[in-house]
Design a protein around this ligand. Structure first.
Ligand code: FAD
Ligand code: DLZ
Ligand code: SF4
Length: 522
């Protein structure tokens, strides 16, 4: 009897996956494929490639050990066609399945591809809901229906009630939905940082590392410090480690940044969550348990759960509701190319240098580095959204379009004109100076009024507001900065605009990729 062909993608590595639920081990075939198309549609960071391929190989090995009918196509198989569609076509020819079963992919691009398979190959294709999330796509669409604004905070409250997480009956634990006001502290120099657990490569990972070094030498990033979990066991261990050693301080200093300390108290769980080694529900309940056991305070636990139950669910619902048109908007007409230093870290702006270097070392930067340094600079400098989006999608081990795009296009760049965020997350050098130690060793000065050595983030910030007056002036949440701009002496305003012009011209000319226009004496 012809069974089903069950395709499992590289970010669906979970035994309880919808498309594995009613597996007929005697007649079905599970298909997993490493394909060049997925590795190259953006040039993924080497660590991301190792993470995905190694996790796929470990997952397939587990299926095989349990006697399940896994058919695994490696990237080095000479017959490999290089694409999902090509591999499905080859598997149909070989196994002659009665139908194809898949779990809905995370990216619209792949969903679009799958929608064509039934007609192209003459085999029925069943696309099942991805039930690894708290909310179905329809739940989000129902919530969004008829609303003028789709704000995460209100969706989050619905999700708290629905999930019962941190609830006392129908009231939020501690009497408030959100404890963020307590989570914006700078890091004191005396703060003891936890030693973060990393996972040494085993023989499978080492083999993948050699393959990636060989085949993807021109991809960004360094492999030396690879330490991501690539098995379910290690991912569960990483979750325990986070809850035990980091969660209690996660909230207080969630927004802080420190040179040479890329991880601080962050979870480092997004790569495992997004490829299926962990599910959101177990991560949130582990955090909630830590609160009830008195191990972690409410501001930390609520803040952490909000990131997953709130933001992560919200951006997924938002992505599917708005795609495919969403990626096309460019509300602030940003049209500058992405500077080379996003790849090299070769810039005199120390905050950017640090964040790019952390990214290239680890395929990771934490949220505030992504939003308030890497995103903020691109927003202020008017970098073309599509170029920054391709960069973010390539360089992070946790990046898949469903989560990357709303965060970059909507949150960091305001390219959707405020569909996702109520105001642009624009900040001057003062913010970076308050939340990090980056400015201490920077050639620029975040406090000075002298244009020659002034922090570029500062003059870019004021010029950004000035340049986008027609779009942003009436935004209530920008009342204070626009008031300050309105009352600024003309001489100072024109000085800031001129400094911006000089900086951007230097950046664009290519003569000085560093953007080193004005600098403090060395
Ligand atoms: P923590 O800071 O410890 O947070 C805990 C968990 O909350 C994360 O593991 C993640 O699952 C979830 N989370 C937190 N913030 C968000 C958010 N805004 N959206 C969705 N989930 C969130 N996250 C990705 O998973 N993939 C991306 O490609 C991605 N791109 C981003 C791009 C930009 C410009 C910004 C501002 C944020 C982006 N994020 C992305 C969100 C967030 O920065 C990362 O989830 C987080 O840094 C991952 O590290 P962590 O596991 O240590 O998270
Ligand atoms: C990210 C990625 C990479 C690099 N390679 C593969 C692959 O070879 N095979 C696979 O099944 N999945 C891969 N992935 C994850 C996919 O890109 C992801 O499943 C789609 O983007 C849909 O979310
Ligand atoms: Fe960044 Fe400005 Fe601080 Fe330098 S002075 S690290 S450019 S914010």
């Amino acid at each position: 009897m012809a069974g089903a062909l069950r395709l499992i993608l590289g970010d669906q590595l979970m035994r309880s996956l919808a498309s594995l639920k009613d597996l007929d081990a005697k007649n079905d075939h599970i298909l997993m494929v490493e394909v060049a198309e997925e590795a190259n549609y953006v040039k993924h960071h080497k660590q991301k490639l190792v993470m995905v391929f190694s996790a796929m190989r470990h997952f397939a090995e587990g299926l095989k050990k349990d006697g399940l009918p896994i058919h695994y196509v490696s990237l080095e198989d000479p017959a490999n066609s290089g694409s999902f569609s090509g591999e499905v076509e080859r598997a149909i020819a070989r196994f002659k399945p009665s139908r194809i079963i898949v779990t809905e992919p995370g990216e619209w691009r792949v969903r679009h591809m799958m929608d064509a398979w039934s007609t192209a190959y003459g085999v029925p294709v069943e696309i099942r809901d991805d039930d690894r999330f708290f909310a179905k796509r329809e739940d989000f669409a129902d919530w969004a229906e008829g609303r003028k604004e789709l704000r995460m905070e209100f969706f989050y409250r619905v999700m708290r009630k629905k999930s019962g997480l941190l609830m006392q009956g129908d009231q939020p634990e501690g009497g408030r939905w959100n404890f963020d006001a307590e989570n914006r502290k700078a890091l004191s120099a005396k703060e003891r940082l936890p030693n973060r657990k990393r996972y040494a490569p085993d023989h499978i990972t080492e083999e993948v590392m050699a393959m990636v070094s060989r085949r993807f030498a021109d991809h960004p990033g360094r492999l030396e410090s690879f330490g991501w979990p690539v098995t379910r066991d290690d991912a569960c261990d990483a979750l325990d480690h986070f809850i035990d050693t980091c969660l209690p301080r996660f909230g207080d200093v969630q927004d802080a940044m420190k040179s040479g300390e890329p991880f601080l108290f962050h979870a480092l769980l997004a790569p495992a969550l997004n490829c299926g080694l962990l599910v959101a529900h177990e991560v949130c309940t582990a955090a909630e348990r830590a609160y009830h056991e008195g191990h972690a305070p409410l501001n930390a636990v609520e803040g952490f759960i909000r990131q997953i139950l709130g933001w992560r669910e919200y951006v997924r619902g938002f992505y599917w509701l708005k795609m495919p048109d969403y990626a096309q908007s460019n509300a602030l007409s940003a049209d500058r190319p992405l500077p080379d230093f996003y790849w090299t870290g070769d810039t005199d702006m120390n905050c950017l240098k640090q964040c790019v270097n952390d990214t290239m070392d680890n395929a990771y930067a934490h949220h505030i580095q992504r939003l308030m340094v890497l995103g903020n600079f691109a927003l202020l400098a008017g970098i073309r959204p599509s170029e920054l989006e391709a960069w973010f999608l390539a360089v992070y081990a946790d990046a898949y379009e469903w989560v990357e795009l709303p965060n970059v296009h909507g949150m960091a760049l305001y390219a959707d004109g405020g569909m996702l965020a109520s105001k642009p997350y624009a900040a001057s050098g003062s913010y970076v100076n308050r939340m990090s130690d980056y400015c201490k060793t920077c050639r620029y000065d975040p406090k000075t009024t002298q244009f020659e050595i002034m922090c570029p983030m500062t003059y870019l910030y004021w010029s950004f507001l000035y340049r986008n007056t027609s779009v942003l002036y009436l935004n209530n949440r920008l009342l204070i900065p626009y008031r300050a701009l309105d009352s600024m002496a003309e001489e100072r305003r024109s000085g800031l605009l001129a400094a911006t012009d000089r900086f951007l011209a230097a950046l664009e000319s290519g003569g000085d990729k560093k953007g080193s226009v004005a600098r403090k004496p060395a």
